[in-house]
Design a protein around this ligand. Sequence first.
Ligand code: CP3
Length: 345
Amino acid sequence: MTNYHNDLILRMINGEKTERFPVWLMRQAGRILPEYRAIRGKLSGFKELVETPELAAEVTIQPVDILGVDAAIIFSDILVVPEAMGLPYEMIEAKGPYFEKRIRSEADLKTINGTVSAADNLDYVYEAIKITKRELNQRVPLIGFSGAPWTIFCYMVEGEGSKTFSKAKRILYSDPKLAHTLLDQITTVTIAYLKKQIEAGVDIIQIFDSWAGSLSPAAYSEFGTKYVRRICEAINEVPVTVFAKGAYYAREELAALDCQTIGLDWNMDIEESRKIIGMDKTLQGNLDPCVLYSDFASIEKSTKKLLNSFGNRRHIANLGHGVYPDTDPEKVKCFIEAVKAHSIN
Ligand code: CP3
């Protein structure tokens, strides 16, 4: 099916024997590279870059060329889905996302599109994927992604970032029916969106549940995993990775999902996670991104320790969350090189 120069990550996901651990970084596209900022600086802002397929493709490929990662991840954002459903967002410099229109009631729900046709509004993403695939020219696989329904729900209700997500959680406890209706709609649109990304050429799907850690185990089971499960069951064309940040309490439930890889954040011990999740899945992660603030020798040492904790089992080296914007790209390279220098026997 595939004929990549480097298909290490696909072989690892499939549970095949590999010569070393594959490595990439969450949020590797954008954020840290001066080459990204040079392109971004010529535009009106982040959204213009996301919506210009040729440029989105260019910044997707930058980390492959500059950092030497084993996979590319399409340059976009999880927030394109609420926008496609009818809630436009702005990305405010040094602050983050902002939605003027939010969902707080049944009446608000009536104003959005929660059907598969919403995915037709994201042609710029599919076009960026097609261009990226052509320009990558089989060097490495391409990862497509979406937010998990709970994380998207958080932005659609809050309208911006939050420490507690209490406005979003309030709906779970005060009007669970409304919550389930919106989560159901987000799931429907997300599945259609991911299928179109796959048609356009992505090789792997990652689902980011960035705010899973804000819920209790019972609430995550009812409002989180339930919908991630539906996505996993619907996507059979390519392998799926589920990264539920902060959901250490839900690892058993995540292990039962119909997905190939589980992402771990730095709070989750690798060996304990392996025991809970079992041998049938690939794990991904989980170096604390702040380790990349230490000196080169310490980064190498921490990386070796991490790799030793993988044993010779199914694992993709990565950070425990996205790389922070003020990280020195040379430190990132140091991490990547340390992974590449370690062979699996
Ligand atoms: O991984 C990659 O490099 C691919 C691109 C990607 C972006 N966002 C680009 C981006 C991916 C996978 C995302 C996912 C995303 N977006 C998540 C889930 C992952 C996570 O980190 O938890 C979330 C929660 C968002 C929402 C979002 N987008 C926020 C809160 C912000 C502002 C703060 C920040 O992360 O910089 C963004 C903006 C954003 N998305 C930027 C980039 C490169 C920075 C915008 C800029 O260039 O000014």
